[in-house]
Design a protein around this ligand. Structure first.
Ligand code: GDP
Ligand code: CA
Length: 309
């Protein structure tokens, strides 16, 4: 059974790790967000792709919630001593990956090819495809001004309320190699419990990808990133409140209008009425406390889609 998953970083990778316990990893294709990518100290950093890589290959620091385990910070300490750009936390082991990626890109390889090489070297089993090889980048419009994603998220600690989100470069962007084929060859399409505005929307901002979802002939299942109307981590709930008017399952579903057949929500969010625009709602425990919980969530989502007996 082929599964294509649209995903951001941390929430998405936790879900995919569960999914790999339920379906053959060789049948899973991850379509990853690249609109958080940035250049730091001359290095091309792809935070969401790397969260996925590290989580699925056992290299992630689970406690910190980002970056690699057993990390040291010598390079960044030196940068800080020299008065260099040190606001974006890059550990030594992490930097090794960015060095290789950056060199491959400078040699002229597209991001998809560089990602494939790194993923292969790290022993990643499922295919990890950047949504696009083109430079789509998220910008947040806030009362304090318009900021690139990482300036808003990391440098300013996502403290500014968001009035609008833009995906620069998306009108010209085309889907990365294999992305449309994966969506067309899937038996089920899943939208991970990632931030709808800054992880999933920039993927859907690539017209070819949105079109492939609109004309799908297989179920599309989204897992809500909210529990009891709140984000497990990060600004998704605040963004939904301000941009969509609330944090109910209906507000989450509205982010994926016309694209959803099934919405998986937490027990704490169970609605009293059917959700408009969603064929079916699956109510289950969605907190991924460990791999077993993530596996149960993935199985419930597949059952709900009718694609797992
Ligand atoms: P990022 O790109 O690293 O910010 O990660 P994602 O966009 O993939 O995931 C962030 C979202 O994951 C947040 O909105 C969280 O609420 C959600 N999330 C994290 N852990 C869980 C969990 O255990 N269950 C659910 N349902 N959502 C989660
Ligand atoms: Ca992200």
């Amino acid at each position: 059974m082929n599964v294509a998953v649209l995903s951001g970083g941390v929430g998405g990778s936790r879900f995919v790790r569960g999914l790999l316990g339920v379906v053959d990893p060789a049948d899973v294709t991850i379509i990853g967000n690249v609109a958080d990518d940035l250049e730091v100290l001359g290095l091309h950093v792809s935070p969401d792709l790397d969260s996925m890589l590290y989580t699925l290959t056992g290299l992630a620091d689970e406690e910190r919630g980002w970056g690699r385990a057993d990390e040291t910070w010598n390079a960044l300490d030196t940068v800080a001593t020299l008065g260099g750009e040190s606001w974006f936390r890059l550990g030594d082991r992490d930097i090794g990956v960015h060095l290789v990626r950056t060199q491959l890109l400078r040699e002229g390889l597209p991001l998809s090819e560089a990602t494939e090489r790194i993923a292969h070297a790290l022993g990643l089993q499922p295919a990890l495809l950047p949504a696009t090889d083109d430079p789509v980048r998220t910008f947040l419009e806030t009362p304090a001004g318009t900021f690139p994603f990482q300036t808003w998220f990391v440098a300013r600690g996502h403290r500014d309320e968001v009035d609008a989100v833009h995906y620069a470069g998306s009108p010209e962007a085309t889907a990365g190699p294999g992305v449309i084929a994966a969506l067309e060859g899937a038996d089920v399409i899943m939208i991970a419990p990632s931030n709808p505005y800054v992880s999933i929307a920039p993927i859907l901002a690539v017209e070819e990808i949105r079109d492939a979802l609109v004309r799908r002939t297989v179920p599309c299942v989204a897992i809500s990133p909210l529990i009891d109307g709140r984000a497990v981590k990060g600004p998704a709930d605040r963004m939904l409140t301000r941009l969509a008017g609330g944090t109910s399952p209906a507000h989450v579903a509205a982010c994926y209008e016309g694209l959803l057949d099934v919405l998986v929500i937490d027990e704490s969010d169970a609605p009293s009425e059917p959700i408009r625009g969603v064929g079916r709602t699956i109510v289950t425990q969605t907190l991924m406390t460990d791999v077993a919980a993530a596996r149960r969530l993935a199985a419930a989502a597949l059952h709900g889609s009718g694609t797992l007996a």
